[in-house]
Design a protein around this ligand. Sequence first.
Ligand SMILES: NC(=O)C1=CN([C@@H]2O[C@H](COP(=O)(O)OP(=O)(O)OC[C@H]3O[C@@H](n4cnc5c(N)ncnc54)[C@H](O)[C@@H]3O)[C@@H](O)[C@H]2O)[C@@H](O)CC1
Ligand SMILES: Nc1ncnc2c1ncn2[C@@H]1O[C@H](COP(=O)(O)OP(=O)(O)O)[C@@H](O)[C@H]1O
Ligand SMILES: [K+]
Length: 479
Amino acid sequence: MTEVDRASAAEGVPGAALMERAGEAVAHAALDYAAEKIVVLAGPGANGGDGFVAARLLAEANRAVVVAVLGDRAALRGDAAQAAAGWAGPTVRLEDADFARVDLIIDALFGAGLSRPLSGAAADAVLAAQACGAPIIAVDTPSGLDGASGHPIGDVCMRADVTVTFVRLKPGHILLPGRLLCGRIVLADIGAPASAVASVGARVWLNRPAVWRDAIPEPSIAGHKYSRGHVAVWSGPELQTGASRLSALAALRAGAGAVTLLGSKAALKEHAAHLTAIMLREAEDGWRSFLDQRKVAAVVVGPGASATPDTRRALEEACAGDRRVVMDADVFSLFAGDAEGLGRLIGEGEAVLTPHEGEFKRVFGEDADVAPSKLERARAAAARVGATIVLKGPDTVVASQDGRATIADNAPPHLATAGAGDVLAGLIAGLMAQGAPVFEAASAAVWLHGEAANAIGRGLIADDLPGALPNVLQSLASQ
Ligand SMILES: NC(=O)C1=CN([C@@H]2O[C@H](COP(=O)(O)OP(=O)(O)OC[C@H]3O[C@@H](n4cnc5c(N)ncnc54)[C@H](O)[C@@H]3O)[C@@H](O)[C@H]2O)[C@@H](O)CC1
Ligand SMILES: Nc1ncnc2c1ncn2[C@@H]1O[C@H](COP(=O)(O)OP(=O)(O)O)[C@@H](O)[C@H]1O
Ligand SMILES: [K+]
């Protein structure tokens, strides 16, 4: 955002103009509340400046506004000093802020410039604001939240009802727990020129169809089933076949022209009792020749597979040809603590890894847990193994080894159900087999998976997900 600020100024939109519009957006959100008495908490930087602008506009709209300032008002610099100069109403020290009978609080303490944990008067004010029960509108980010990681920077952090942010969402608005601390998010256009925004070359996007839809191929009228892509799924052993079956069904629903499950005869008999459109093939002497001869474009290995030598061999065979490979579940047990080994196996091939947090730690180590954010952990892991990483959860991150990433916010909590991850692995393979580039295929699959869960609603079980895809795909096509 600092770069956007600079580029905007170079294009003739000065910081003061951006700040005026930012304050306007905050005041606009505040006017949604029937609030008479409003306290604006103003910090020492531009976030506080936005607060002073909002205070002026709200006073002009006949609200009773008090600005409570952290530190010395005379110490404000630049645009913030100018904004403060435009405020002629009541001002108190932050320590003296009175939260009794206040109807609304505007948190303009810290935004993008937060550099250390809240302490002293700032921390006390956040706790008192929180305790008084009035609704809270945060300017840019709830104070105390790191907008890059989505984690509070210390022990004290505001929890807002509404967060008004500017120009673009920041990762911390979408990643947890940040999303929960922001409340409803309002993204305001404050007049930064599109070229100024584009000039910073952001490589992280909220996961929406606009990011990937042009990369997902439409079936050709002149095509046939094999030109739509053939997916192979490595079956789990007897009495562990459900997970791979879910992957196979999802791959077919995603639009792969053909899907084959490969496994032992006993396992295939179980599949045969459930499946019709999906082909079954006994993997007697490995499956390399089948993959080569039948031009399999994408392979899923891991769901229900067990961490056995057979699964390792299947994975090696999958990686040996010019195929795209989705690795899930038990692959991460096979490579526990051995990210380098996994990276060597992937080599120059195209692979997608779909770990949840536990599996991620298993492969990439415990220290991958905290530092520095889910987004950066996924990006670092992607670069380390040379693959696309889908780090799952309520804020699934898809990270490519080239640094691009998407963050999803559309999955409902009831998607956290056994087998949902197996469906996702198959969806990714189904899209990749049709020729979608790996990063876009993985991002699209994550979004479609979330939308399918939304379409089903409560009571969802993983078996329902493949069947919900046609409606989701159809409405995407007609958007
Ligand atoms: N394009 C832009 O960049 C725009 C930015 N705007 C606002 O500018 C904000 C960023 O402004 P700044 O960079 O001035 O940063 P902030 O206003 O977030 O805070 C910076 C100041 O706080 C101090 N500080 C940091 N952590 C502290 C702590 N824990 N305790 C006490 N002091 C602490 C810093 O030393 C610095 O003086 C954004 O969040 C947004 O609200 C808007 O005015 C609109 C345009
Ligand atoms: N709280 C949550 N809200 C939304 N989606 C979630 C949540 N927790 C997990 N998920 C999603 O549910 C799926 C679970 O996958 P996974 O953990 O691999 O389970 P399984 O191995 O049983 O299939 C993933 O797509 C994940 O992103
Ligand atoms: K703030």
